[in-house]
Design a protein around this ligand. Structure first.
Ligand SMILES: [Zn+2]
Length: 304
């Protein structure tokens, strides 16, 4: 199985256009030891099969154009990208679907809650369904294994198992509560290899830990270093936990909660521009890497 990290930042990317936090300001000024990042985006495929995108970032067009493996070759409208799986209806996970609207046959897998927001409440996504040979939607359910297919029904050799991560709907959906399939994590499996994917991790259940440690890798929420990071930067707003992200540090943070994991390759993904782990000279960066974690970067490839 081949996993490509095309983008690794949280919403806004790094630097973020309207942000003058210490990281963004120093990156612009050229005195930051670290890397710019586009918004979180992963592509995965079983060996020798077409690609499946995991979510669809606002930076997707540029991310596709920048990689020779995603270019059409044999005919017009012949992308090697055959499918998309969505883990939430968050703007930063779905807006890239609109980049894929060019009459491209695609199979899009998402839970009922996510499909309701995109297909029933936001008419702009009907741009994906202007002809019959465009998007084909498939419903996935937490706890139920699902084989991914290309639009013509051929197997992609990839199996997913969604895990319910709670009911926080995106702010634009205009509802406070949702069903338990509003946000999911995914076990993704191919060629007898398995990894776990969750760009947003609002909670951790003890029983998941053994399962994660049996995976070849986990690619999980590294959005914020501390719970009050955005409040301190902006002077207002929500805590990390209120936004559905367990912070990396502190009591109950991901570093502490996942300290038991020994075998699996652990990668922080979906990193906000305010997060001090982006600064490779920072104590926080050194702390995370010394604890055995990797920090996702654009262009990183994982062969599992
Ligand atoms: Zn910033």
């Amino acid at each position: 199985m081949q996993v490509k990290i095309l983008g690794s930042a949280a919403g806004g990317g790094f630097p973020q256009w309207n942000c003058a936090c210490s990281n963004c300001a120093r990156l612009r000024a050229g005195n930051f030891h670290g890397h710019a990042r586009s918004q979180a985006q992963v592509a995965v495929r079983a060996t020798g099969r077409p690609w499946c995108l995991v979510n669809a970032s606002p930076d997707l067009r540029t991310q596709i154009l920048s990689d020779p493996q995603f270019q059409p070759e044999r005919a017009p409208r012949d992308s090697p990208i055959a499918a998309v799986v969505l883990t939430s209806a968050d703007v930063d996970q779905v807006i890239g679907l609109l980049h894929l609207r060019e009459f491209q046959p695609l199979r899009i897998s998402a839970t009922s809650a996510i499909q309701q927001i995109l297909r029933e409440e936001n008419s702009v996504f009907r741009a994906l369904e202007q002809t019959q040979r465009q998007a084909e939607w498939e419903t996935i359910r937490p706890g139920v294994r699902h084989d991914l297919k290309s639009p013509d029904g051929a197997s992609l050799g990839l199996t997913i198992e969604p895990v319910s991560l709670g009911g926080i709907l995106p702010g634009y959906a205009g509802k406070s509560g949702g069903s338990d399939d509003a946000v999911v994590g995914l076990f993704i499996e191919a060629n007898q290899r398995r990894f776990f994917f969750a760009p947003s991790l609002p909670r951790i259940e003890e029983r998941w830990l053994d399962e994660w440690d049996r995976c070849e890798a986990i690619l999980i929420d590294g959005t914020f270093w501390s719970d009050d990071e955005l409040v301190r930067t902006r002077g207002e707003g929500k805590t990390a936990r209120e936004m559905g992200h367990i912070p990396i540090s502190g009591a109950g943070g991901t570093l502490e909660a996942l300290a038991k994991l020994k075998r699996t390759r652990r990668i922080f993904y979906h990193i906000n521009n305010t997060n001090s782990i982006l600064d490779e000279d920072s104590a926080e960066h050194l702390h995370v890497t010394a604890a055995g974690w990797e920090i996702a970067r654009d262009g990183m490839e994982i062969q599992l």
